[in-house]
Design a protein around this ligand. Structure first.
Ligand SMILES: [Zn+2]
Ligand SMILES: [Zn+2]
Length: 438
């Protein structure tokens, strides 16, 4: 052999080195591609499984849509969800947080980290105004916030992942939450241990201004903190013709409202929004009698925790100044509702990359602005990091896609598959990343 080699021209040592390097490179490329191919094939499998499930998922969504139930009364929906989860082989727990359901996918991994996927199930007290064949059959109740779609996406994700559970590399807990619209369901479920051992949580909400097929992610604040406000103003009754002998609670209430709105524009940092809306006023007895008592009810929205923290005192000072000026007594009841949804950077990146790999980057929007709406998904984020994405459900060809909570709100059902694949693939990627760090 040595003899043979020695017969080769001297330049050949360089050639051998090149061949060896090329071989190494090919080996690396081969193994790299193999690893990449493994992930790619899981994405393909998830997409195939979701596509096969599409007709069933549309059936499920329409069933839930035509049988909406109000917050805290999701009995039929919960039973239906539990049935689908059981038949997909998940370990099911009912009656969590009153009418909530948990489905757990155990897998075979030693990875202790547990991902929660949260969807909500309740409908709104709205009379449906669509002419859909599967419109609500419950008088005055409608899935006008898309929670029927969320439940379906949760179920679809569970059905898909149950078929790849062995290769998932982690555990996933599906939370089907009740009573999101009254901002109670997340707390109820957590009281019953829904977040025990959970490491991270993902969520989804439909969004009619994003076309179906696309999704939106947002880094940081997604929704606002929403607090409840009650102001009582106590004056003194009297004859409508002699205001100087009375203390007019209605007029003072109007001064309080005006003072608060003006003070927002002059004393709050305009880059840290505060929205205060008085939505209900009760007071007065007759047109010619000066009111002695007025109740104002409103909602206060903010994005920054520091801003939120000083709002109760700020409001009380304004009310006190106005009432003291005109001789009225007052009481301010400020109740903290849900905090702002603050999406975790790493998990938002995970959702974005999962969606971009699944659908291409032009179908993934990084949302420039938060919403001043509220979401009790934020309650889970008090305990673990998480991220919620916006699922586009708008019809591309329609000029008007009615907003959430509108009697004519509709969704393009093709979005369901986009939601299922995005969620299932993000869950897979999460489990894989945890396994690598395990
Ligand atoms: Zn809603
Ligand atoms: Zn909602």
């Amino acid at each position: 052999m040595e003899e043979y080699l020695s017969l080769l021209p001297p330049a050949s040592s360089l050639t051998y080195a090149c061949i060896a390097k090329a071989f190494c490179l090919l080996t690396v490329l081969y193994h790299g591609k193999k690893a990449y191919g493994l992930i790619e094939s899981m994405l393909t499998r998830i997409k195939d499984l979701a596509a096969k499930l599409a007709p069933r998922l549309i059936e499920i969504r329409r069933h839930i849509h035509s049988h909406p139930e109000l917050s805290g009364q999701e009995y039929q929906t919960a039973a239906f969800v539990a049935g689908v989860l059981s038949s997909s082989g998940l370990h099911v727990q009912e009656g969590v947080g009153k009418t909530g359901v948990i489905g757990e996918l155990q897998g075979t991994s030693q990875n202790e980290r547990l991902l929660a996927i949260r969807t909500d199930m309740d409908a709104l007290p709205i009379q449906e105004g669509t002419n859909l064949e599967y419109a609500s059959r419950a008088e005055g109740i409608m899935h006008a916030c898309g929670h029927d779609v969320h439940t379906t996406v949760g179920l679809g994700t569970a059905m898909v992942l149950s078929q790849v559970a062995e290769e998932l590399g982690g555990k996933v807990r599906f939370l089907f939450q009740p009573a999101e619209e009254i901002a109670q369901g997340a707390s109820w479920m957590m009281k019953d241990g829904a977040m025990e051992n959970v490491s991270a949580v993902l969520g989804v909400h439909v969004f009619p201004s994003i076309p179906a097929g696309s999704i939106g992610v947002r880094y940081g604040a997604l929704t606002a903190a929403a607090d409840d406000l009650e102001i009582l103003i106590m004056g003194e009754s009297g004859h409508g013709a002699r205001p100087h002998e009375a203390i007019d609670a209605i007029w003072i209430a109007s001064q309080v409202i005006t003072a608060m709105q003006q003070a927002i524009s002059r004393t709050q940092n305009p880059l840290r929004p505060v929205v205060l809306s008085i939505g209900k006023i009760n007071g007065g007895r007759a047109p010619n009698v000066i009111a002695d008592k007025v109740q104002l009810l409103g909602t206060v929205r903010s994005l920054h925790p520091e801003t939120r923290a000083h709002l109760p005192n700020w409001i009380e000072n304004i009310v006190a100044n106005v009432c003291n000026t005109y001789g009225a007594k007052y009481q301010v009841n400020y109740r903290q509702g849900v905090p702002s949804v603050q999406n975790d950077y790493v998990l938002t990146q995970l959702l974005q990359s999962a969606a971009e790999e699944a659908w291409s980057s032009d179908r993934v929007q990084v949302l420039p602005e938060p919403s001043l709406g509220a979401e009790d998904f934020s309650m889970y984020l008090e305990h673990v990091p998480g991220s919620m994405f916006r699922l586009g459900v708008g019809y591309k060809e329609r000029i008007i896609n009615y907003p959430l909570h509108h009697p004519q709100f509709e969704v393009d059902e093709s979005a369901i598959i986009t939601g299922v694949v995005t969620m299932a693939y993000a869950a897979y990627k999460y489990c894989q990343q945890c396994q690598q760090n395990f």
